[in-house]
Design a protein around this ligand. Structure first.
Ligand code: CO8
Length: 261
């Protein structure tokens, strides 16, 4: 795989693409050059036929401590508005394939928002989340106000965004922001995330893509529209070989062999 300055990209097991943010001296602060690389690596894995699911992680100390404050400090309104600063940071939420965030240490500001752009979040007990932008005289700019409220409700989101306080992995789990907190130990959260991604990658790709699309549609649609959209995708899968294979395999008491077609 390609060499990056701020990332390490690998395929730890069959079917899984792993992106590790690698700017440890700055606690993986998210700079524009880092995001250009991240978008490129994610797009390549999304298009890679050998990959069925992605994992995004950082280091033990920090998943990412936010957008690069030193890069932003002297920017003017004209500059950020005209260049649509941060617009391309949302590309990660548009991948077709599932992406799991494996969070250890700080996931603050843009780091928390980056995790929220992923489909599933797994946390190490050391994970510390937060939207501390209020302490810098700004507000979350990468979806924090919009995605957090959908995940954990208005009162908590309002509290976190307006006080800027950090919250723990245990709180995040109780609130349903993360799907689970894994056991202690270095690298444990990445191991679990890769295992989960591998499990997802072993399914039929068309059904996985449709499942992700249907769940995400719930963010945008009314219940009636969402149910209709889900049913259309469900019906559509009857046009695939994988549906015939999956249901035949069940009836014949054997394991299915997916052809992703
Ligand atoms: N930007 C730039 N550099 C950073 C950042 C950051 N966000 N976070 C840490 N660093 C750097 C430090 O400056 C320091 O560098 P140096 O050694 O050159 O002084 C190095 O990383 C290590 O950090 P500390 O010495 O501060 O380490 P501590 O263990 O003492 O503290 C903390 C760790 C608590 C995480 C602390 O570093 C901190 O508070 N960081 C800033 C957290 C923050 O405010 N984040 C929000 C940033 S604003 C934002 O994210 C806007 C979102 C925009 C949308 C993004 C869409 C994805």
């Amino acid at each position: 795989t390609k060499e990056y300055e701020y990332l390490i990209v690998s395929k730890p097991v069959k079917g899984v693409g792993l992106i590790t943010l690698n700017r440890p001296k700055a606690l993986n602060a998210l700079s524009s050059p880092l995001f250009i690389e991240l978008n490129q690596a994610a797009a390549e894995l999304d298009a890679d036929h050998d990959v069925g699911a992605l994992v995004l992680t950082g280091g033990e100390r920090a998943f990412a401590a936010g957008a690069d404050i030193k890069e932003m400090k002297d920017k003017t309104f004209a500059e950020v508005y005209q260049t649509r600063f941060l617009e391309n940071w949302g590309h990660l939420a548009k991948l077709r394939k599932p992406i799991i965030a494996a969070v250890s240490g700080y996931a603050l500001g843009g780091g928390c928002e980056l995790a929220l752009m992923c489909d599933i979040i797994l946390a190490s007990p050391t994970a510390i989340f937060g939207q501390p932008e209020i302490n810098l005289g700004v507000i979350p700019g990468g979806g924090g106000t919009q995605r957090l409220i959908r995940a954990i409700g208005k009162s908590r989101t309002m509290e976190l965004v307006l006080t800027g306080r950090n919250f723990s992995a245990a709180e995040a789990e109780t609130w349903g922001l993360v799907s689970c907190v894994v056991g202690e130990g270095e690298g444990e959260v990445v191991k679990e995330a890769v295992k989960m991604a591998s499990r997802i990658a072993s399914k039929g790709r068309l059904a996985v893509q449709a499942g992700k699309e249907a769940v995400n549609a719930a963010y945008e649609l009314t219940l009636t529209e969402g149910l209709g959209f889900e049913r259309q995708l469900f019906h559509g899968l009857f046009a695939t070989k994988d549906q015939k294979e999956g249901m035949s395999a069940f009836a014949e008491k054997r394991k299915p062999t997916w052809t992703h077609s």
